[in-house]
Design a protein around this ligand. Structure first.
Ligand code: SF4
Length: 231
């Protein structure tokens, strides 16, 4: 059997790969394909409450979800709520989250965040973007994750490293900055799709379209993917 012919790849350097209407059509194709490939998706970060998802998401910065899940197992068993975590000595928190990297900063943030939840929100996670981003250590991405996954409120598209990379390769954006990528995605994807789109793109990034070795020859999107900047 002759080897499969590789798809031509496209450089994003000279001009934009798609017009805005093209991007919308491309976004619709990607959504359909992702929904067929990954009908049942859930957040990779283990959690039993919005608070635990908030803490896990803060810890996931510059760290794999697998590592975060290893760390949050004992952390949430010992301190399952904001009220519990708010009073733990900082050195103890640092020790528990050490292996996620940037542990001093993360320990400070999750403890301060817990304290702020106790002080201003009765220990509960607010279902409001502005209130969330006012919490220590909580940026727009973390707030989007919590509102979307824990409460089903689509306030934006979560753009992590997988979502950013795949969106560029698929021609949905030419941006590299996560905020600008999110802006482009919001402009072309229906709001009701925002939450699952991110989860599914992450699955696809992990299983098929990896950073170094995208499996284009067997990818379900190969027929319409321009493979922007794929070597
Ligand atoms: S694996 Fe290849 S064809 Fe599939 S989405 Fe990634 S770059 Fe496109």
């Amino acid at each position: 059997m002759p080897p499969k012919k590789s798809l031509p790849s496209r450089s994003s350097g000279a001009k934009k790969p798609f017009t805005q209407p093209d991007r919308k059509r491309q976004g619709a194709k990607v959504l359909r394909r992702l929904a067929a490939d990954f009908p049942d998706v859930e957040c990779a970060l283990k959690h039993d409450s919005p608070f635990q998802l908030l803490v896990a998401t803060i810890l996931s910065a510059q760290c794999t979800d697998e590592r975060v899940n290893i760390v949050t197992g004992p952390l949430f068993q010992a301190y399952p709520t904001a009220a519990d975590l708010a009073v733990v000595p900082i050195k103890r928190v640092e020790k528990l989250v050490h292996s996620t990297g940037f542990f001093r900063n993360k320990a400070k943030n999750i403890r301060s965040c817990s304290q702020a939840l106790v002080d201003h929100h009765d220990g509960e996670v607010p279902q409001d973007l502005e209130a969330l981003v006012a919490l220590p250590g909580v940026g727009r991405k973390t707030a989007n994750v919590v509102l979307g996954t824990a409460f089903g409120i689509p306030t934006g598209v979560v753009v992590d490293t997988h979502v950013g990379r795949l969106s560029r390769r698929l021609g949905l954006t030419t941006e590299k900055d996560a905020v600008k990528v999110e802006r482009d995605l919001i402009a072309i994807l229906p709001k009701k799709s925002w939450i699952d789109f991110s989860h599914r793109m992450i699955y696809h990034g992990r299983q098929v379209c990896g950073s170094r070795k995208p499996q284009c020859d067997t990818c379900s999107m190969r027929k319409f993917c321009p493979r922007v900047d794929v070597g």
